[in-house]
Design a protein around this ligand. Structure first.
Ligand code: GLO
Ligand code: NI
Ligand code: NI
Ligand code: NI
Length: 406
């Protein structure tokens, strides 16, 4: 596989689902009181939260972490205050990183919770909002440099629209392209260019999200000439929302050499939104891990748990056990996928299925580009009436797949 098994399991802890998360949902208030939230002073609390975050990572043996700017530091009463708070807290984070050896997989800017972002950021109808978002990303890149981050993530948040009746889709997409180029240019100017990642997601929170799925995001990146700097951060639950399996999204990204990193979670088969449950479905994750191994792993990406416990699982133990369940699922998936690759289980099936392209003259001419429409028509006029079709043996394949589920 080119790497040791453990190198394929670079897990990251998400600040927002562990420390900031309090169990509140659209229908109910917080259910989680954490003992690290023991001070009325916001900045003291922020420091204690960082300590708790690193303690959890050490207990779990996690090597990486991810955060939004607003997760780690209070926003204060102005952007100036927010910047200062971020500087203070990231000094503390840096100390913790040096002490523990834990690394930053990626950070990002939350540009979707505050009311100013109700219409998006780069795709907003306000240049002031665009500028405010630019300020957040600038700071995010400064912090990424300070903490030696490997990647920097853009989840579209509210980049999208509710109705075309009042939306200039072309202007909004052009502005998104401009925004990302500014981020690349700034990163170059400070001599620290992380791998940029777009995280596609459909339907939520805007009715029409611009980064709907992997294929849509790739069309965007190609159109705006950003493929040298951007890959994709793919999330299981987002794939499902788009009507895809996770391994489909990974395979599409791989076909563009753009599989960067993943947000590990799962949805609920019965519900149509981003429930961010912990990954426990071995079959889905084994097929995902198969794609990741075919990709040669995720580098410099990793496996970030974008997953939350339910508000009814409010004890700290539940949070710890949930991450262990997620890590175990990925470890099992890795074993199964590695065995599939070793046995060439899928490769042989695929090879056999497309055999007629490799083992016949007409097939080879299609693959090597020498075939023409007229030449193929001539061939079909001679041979076409005796085409023999082969069964897909799909049920048999699925039942053998079960043998690989660890
Ligand atoms: C929401 C996304 C979100 C992102 C995060 C980092 O559905 O999954 O959690 O992963 O903002 O970009
Ligand atoms: Ni109702
Ligand atoms: Ni995510
Ligand atoms: Ni999500």
């Amino acid at each position: 596989l080119g790497k040791t098994m453990k190198e394929h399991l670079h897990f990251a802890l998400a600040f927002w689902h562990t420390i900031t998360m309090d169990g509140s949902d659209p229908f109910g208030y917080a259910t989680m009181q954490r003992d690290f939230d023991d001070s009325d002073d916001e900045m003291v609390r922020a420091h204690h939260r960082v300590d708790a975050f690193f303690e959890i990572m050490q207990k779990l043996g996690m090597e990486y972490f991810c955060f939004h700017d607003v997760d780690i530091a209070p926003q204060g009463n102005s952007l100036t205050e927010f910047y200062a708070n971020l500087d203070e807290i990231t000094d503390h984070i840096k100390e913790k990183m040096d002490e523990t050896g834990i690394k930053l997989l990626w950070n990002t800017a939350n540009m979707f919770s505050h009311p100013r972002y109700m219409n998006g950021v780069a795709s907003s109808n306000s240049a002031e909002v665009f500028a405010y978002g630019a300020a957040q990303v600038k700071k995010g890149l400064d912090l990424n440099k300070k903490l030696n981050g490997a990647n920097y993530v853009f989840w579209g948040g509210r980049e999208g629209y509710e109705s075309l009746l009042n939306t200039d889709l072309i202007l909004e997409n052009d502005n998104m392209g401009r925004f990302f180029h500014m981020a690349v240019d700034y990163a170059k100017s400070i001599d620290h260019l992380p791998q940029f990642l777009i995280e596609p997601k459909p339907k939520e929170p805007m009715k029409h999200q611009y980064d709907f799925d992997a294929a849509t995001a790739m069309a965007f990146l190609q159109k705006y000439d950003l493929t040298d700097y951007f890959k994709l951060n793919l999330e299981t639950n987002h794939a499902w929302l788009a009507g895809h399996t996770f391994d489909h999204e990974l395979n599409v990204a791989r076909s563009y050499n753009a599989l960067g990193s993943i947000d590990a979670n799962q949805g609920d088969y019965l519900l149509g939104w981003d429930t961010d449950e912990f990954p426990t479905l071995v079959v889905d994750i084994t097929l995902a891990m198969y794609q990741i191994l075919k990709n040669g792993g995720l580098n410099p990406g990793g496996i970030n748990f974008d997953a939350k416990v339910r508000r009814t699982s409010f004890e700290m133990d539940d949070l710890i056990l949930a991450h262990i369940a997620g890590m175990d699922t990925y470890a099992r998936a890795l074993k199964g996928a590695a065995a599939m690759i070793e046995d060439k289980f899928l490769e042989d099936i695929v090879e056999e299925r497309y055999a007629s392209y490799k083992n016949t003259e007409v097939g080879r001419s299609i693959l090597d580009g020498t075939a023409t429409l007229a030449g193929l028509a001539e061939h079909a006029l001679k041979e076409g009436d005796k085409i023999e079709l082969k069964s897909n043996h799909l049920e048999h394949i699925k039942s053998v797949l079960n043998d690989y589920l660890v």
